[in-house]
Design a binder for this molecule. Structure first.
Ligand code: MSP
Length: 526
């Protein structure tokens, strides 16, 4: 990607029927890491997240709690969903709620445009509906209920009974777009990623598309259909439009042109909505389709998708209260291949925290700062002539930076981290081999000692920059302790695509004390 290009990235907007669990936080962190990387590379970046507040699921939850859906949504947004962003340190540029007037008004404009262009018609509908998914289910996606649901059809995802709905609905002529969608997947293979998810989408559309019911009249918690106010807009049709109403669709053309098309990060369970229905809607409106849709895997607990409804949800604060937000972000981005499912375990989290963050990276930083303080009165020494070992470090840093940037471009966040970690390992190996504490005993090795500590400090400079999108708190502390803030300016202003260029930390920079970046954790409680 070229510096300065527009990079608009989104998370799904979350249902406010319940509080967030670590699966939701996982999506947020992945999108945030990608956004921070691009922003720090000089791309014109915009990270959008928000909440999905209409529909039957929210209405029922609110009613069951003796309140109105709007009051319920206000409470959950303020008490759970916005705080989540702080819990895992998300630097979003906007937060959209589907109850915002900027959204509701422009959803109506979009719908009217489709209606006027003949893409919408009225029809009768009878089908099984899952309120958990907010989706009509074809028989291929239903199961026979057992136990208390014996004799009923249940949803394959939620294991809850489906409801037979019989209504007059408005329909979107989605079937008209099957060929254009197939041509899109063919001509732009990177439109849906990863490959496994793309294949599923292609074979789904190859079977042919039905028209989509896009309104409901049996309840009124939603956006009114502009030409028939006895109907509200189907919640998914409403929700998908957040990606354009948030950036000015219908009201700020310049902003819309600047941002759109965007990149959508979603769980694989909702890829079909994003890679089939959404581009068809955009095509019908004569707008560009998204840049890409990336479907990530699920966090599994006991081999099953973690979910609140199945009582396997873990609150993000359960992890961050003990390990901190950086460790949360690092762990999920490093331990799970982005695009595949991954099992969460407290043991794995604690082991990686200790081995990689505390011993690998944190100790390295503390030792280098301590040695510069002790042997050079806190002033980063100048490096002498490059030796072979120093050149090897420079090469590892340059290669890791290039590799990481390419990995981020193809959504392989885990791979980017693995590449950056080669610098951590190289520097630790370099210090062990060079034994600066031995060099310090002999005045004749003074220049050599300076070279070793400059190399280590400059390696830390590169690490701080490369890791700042993933562990912003620790890298900011390291940046300050290295004295780089004064010498080079703010960490987040360092161009990421130049992080691998050697020799940026000026000799003479004054370091300051660094408290343990990842302190030892005594009792890991579950
Ligand atoms: N409201 C819709 C999205 C509308 S986007 C226009 C929705 N909301 S959700 O709150 O149910 O889910 C939001 C996201 O969380 C989805 O991408 C889903 O895949 C993700 N996750 C929910 N449980 C998850 C895991 N156990 N693991 C990883 N991600 C999970 O769907």
């Amino acid at each position: 990607m070229r510096d300065g290009s527009s990079f608009f990235i989104t998370t799904p907007i979350f249902y406010v029927n319940d509080v967030p669990h670590i699966g939701h936080a996982y999506t947020e962190v992945a999108a945030d890491v990608l956004a921070r990387w691009h922003r720090q590379s000089g791309d014109d970046t915009w990270l959008l997240t928000g909440t999905d507040e209409h529909g039957q699921k929210i209405l029922r939850t609110a009613t069951a709690n003796g309140t109105t859906p709007k009051e319920w949504a206000d409470k959950l947004v303020a008490e759970a969903w916005q705080p989540l962003l702080e819990t895992v340190d998300i630097a979003n540029d906007d937060f959209i709620r589907t109850t915002d007037p900027r959204h509701e008004e422009n959803v109506q404009k979009f719908l009217q445009r489709l209606y006027d262009a003949g893409h919408i018609y009225a029809g009768e509908y009878e089908a099984l509906y899952c309120v958990g998914c907010e989706e009509f289910k074809p028989s291929s996606e239903t199961l026979d209920g057992t136990g208390e649901y014996e004799g009923q059809k249940v949803c394959a995802i939620h294991s809850k009974p489906l409801e037979l709905l019989q209504e007059k609905n408005y329909f979107f002529r989605m079937s008209d777009f099957a060929d254009r969608l197939l041509a899109l997947y063919e001509s732009r293979p990177e439109f849906v990623q990863p490959e496994s998810v793309r294949n599923e989408v292609v074979s789904f559309v190859r079977q042919g598309l039905s028209d989509l019911s896009i309104s409901r009249s049996s309840f009124d918690w939603g956006i009114k259909v502009p030409w028939d106010e006895s109907h509200v807009v189907y919640v998914w049709f409403d929700a998908l439009l957040n990606y354009i109403t948030a950036i000015g669709y219908g009201q700020d053309e310049a902003e819309f042109d600047r941002r759109w098309p965007g990149t959508h990060i979603v769980g694989k369970d909702i890829v079909r909505f994003h890679a089939v229905i959404w581009p068809a809607m955009l095509m019908a409106a004569g707008l560009e389709v998204p840049e890409a849709v990336f479907g990530h895997g699920w966090l599994l607990v006991g081999g099953e998708k973690m979910s609140k409804s199945k009582l396997t949800g873990i609150a993000p604060t359960q992890i961050t209260d003990t390990f901190g937000s950086d460790a949360f972000r690092y762990y999920f981005m490093r331990a799970i291949n982005f695009g595949q499912d991954g099992s969460f375990s407290w043991e794995d989290l604690a082991a990686r925290y200790q081995a990689e963050l505390a011993n690998g990276f944190g100790n390295l930083a503390s030792r280098v700062i301590a040695m510069v303080t002790k042997y050079f009165d806190g002033v980063v020494p100048a490096a002498g002539e490059p030796g072979a070992a120093k050149r090897a470090v420079q090469k590892v840093v340059a290669d890791a930076a290039t590799h990481a940037d390419a990995a981020i471009d193809s959504f392989a966040v885990h791979d980017a981290l693995a590449a950056i970690w080669r610098i951590v390992d190289e520097l630790n190996g370099y210090i062990t081999a060079q034994e600066p504490w031995v060099l310090a005993k002999d005045e004749a090795s003074r220049e050599r000692l300076g070279t070793v500590l400059y190399t280590a400090a400059e390696g830390l400079r590169a690490l701080a920059v490369l890791l700042s999108p993933v562990i912003p708190v620790a890298t900011t502390k390291l940046w300050a302790a290295l004295g780089a803030e004064e010498a080079l300016g703010a960490l987040q202003a360092q161009p990421l695509r130049e992080a691998g260029r050697w020799g940026q930390l000026p000799p003479g920079t004054r370091v300051s004390a660094l408290a343990a970046l990842f302190p030892r954790i005594e009792n890991v409680s579950e």
